[in-house]
Design a protein around this ligand. Sequence first.
Ligand code: SAH
Ligand code: SF4
Ligand code: F3S
Length: 454
Amino acid sequence: MTTSKRRYHITTFGCQMNKADSERMAGILEDMGFEFSEDPNHADVILYNTCTIRDNAEQKVYSYLGRQAKRKHEQPDLTLVVAGCVAQQEGEALLRRVPELDLVMGPQHANRLKDLLESVFGGNQVVATEPVHIMEDITQPRRDSKVTAWVNVIYGCNERCTYCVVPNVRGVEQSRTPEAIRAEMEELGRQGYKEITLLGQNIDAYGRDLPGSTSEGRHLHTFTDLLYYVHDVPGVERLRFATSHPRYFTERLIKACAELPKVCEHFHIPFQSGDNDVLKAMSRGYTHEKYRRIIDTIRKYMPDASISADAIVGFPGETEAQFENTLKLVEDIGFDQLNTAAYSPRPGTPAALWENQLSEEVKSDRLQRLNHLVAIKAAERSQRYFGRIEEVLVEDQNPKDPTQVMGRTGGNRLTFFTGDINELKGQLVKVKITEVRAFSLTGEPIEVRQALPV
Ligand code: SAH
Ligand code: SF4
Ligand code: F3S
């Protein structure tokens, strides 16, 4: 096959925010007439959308980049772009490290990709990392899925957790207006998307930068208000949201989730540590008691809700006893899933400068012990699904078994069952669960839910 179209390749590292940005940048590139190439070696424009949350994430980017920089010597018209959080963190320094780069652009500039590339094609080497007001995007994102979609509701982060680079690289909070969010969701509903995940670093802090407040002094546009405002978008059957911060998680929000049928009973609320002194050193703004109360309240309204979180082990100064408080929290709460990480000192963050850093041995030992407990607890939590009928939104074929399809339950458990993807993609299917594993399920299809007319 020959094609005269120029081709682009994007590799995305990091979180859902980056994935959503990549889909928007891919949309811009297609709008400019580029065609997607799976293989970076066949692309004319290569874009790495990067992550710097931990050192290993950052280092991965440099090894990818090194290879393409070499290629550029044989193919000088190759355009190399570094976007995302490493771009924002390193800025000009990236050009010194990899002089072959054409464009270095921070996450706030994702929507400006067309202008930036035009400047590159005009012969410039461009660095775009200054803080900007994020404009509404007029380009259609090129979404990876036809079934589930992400919608940004708030960009940036105003917290100052002492370990975290995100506020440095993503800038201050910028909430989109409820109208813009709903309009994007309605369009997704019309296109046949069944599930939307609303995105923000601290999604429950949504709206505090928007003008207006109620007579009681509450912001007019809280995340809870947003849920009520968007929950009935036609065609969309499921709503999810991530990530929640315990500091802003209210009972009002919990009630709304219990009351609104499309909101999935799955909550991703990172706790980071189960020890109050560590939480304080992290500047998280809550205690483990408060975290436990939030989970208790969720379970009071939604006894079956699934709970997931993030945790860090080996934060500077963490003692064995403090680490055991994290184990205890995990033991007591019983998470359905937990993303765990060993603390990684990050440039420009306060904790990186402290002298009480722990050794890599201690960190990796604690990480292993925590992961072991997480797997046991997740397997226990999975047991409750055995024999139950769960509704699964079919997303894809099982890559390991083409006679099966896969999707997620409302509680976000990956579920496999026998079926034809061509018939079932995008359908909500009632599935009787016949096998349970720690992080996934297998079942038998019972009934396909009839779609409501859009
Ligand atoms: N806004 C979210 C998390 C965003 S970053 C929140 O506040 O919970 C995603 C996860 O990366 C964090 O929850 C944390 O567990 C982890 N993380 C962030 N900085 C880290 C660091 N320096 N070392 C190890 N893990 C880190
Ligand atoms: Fe990072 Fe804390 Fe902001 Fe989450 S809330 S993104 S951990 S600074
Ligand atoms: Fe990574 Fe940036 Fe997300 S640092 S985790 S891609 S906000």
